[in-house]
Design a binder for this molecule. Sequence first.
Ligand SMILES: [Zn+2]
Length: 82
Amino acid sequence: MGCMESKPKRELIRIVADKDGHISIDPTGKAAGRGVYLCPSQECFAQARKKRAIKRSLEIEIPEERLDQLFEELRAYEKKDS
Ligand SMILES: [Zn+2]
């Protein structure tokens, strides 16, 4: 979604906004709320962030500091090629 690559959902990581507007990474893909799918890479997140695709897809305002935190959290899920 964010980077416009089409990949199977199982290869993507879901970022979800709950009804209170809290943003989190949803590794199960099953958390309630509006979600956006990104590749599990910081490059993809950075691209999506630059294009404001995350805020647009989740339809909420996200503080830049929270996006910074998510960026860090994403490291744990990042998959390396090779
Ligand atoms: Zn991507």
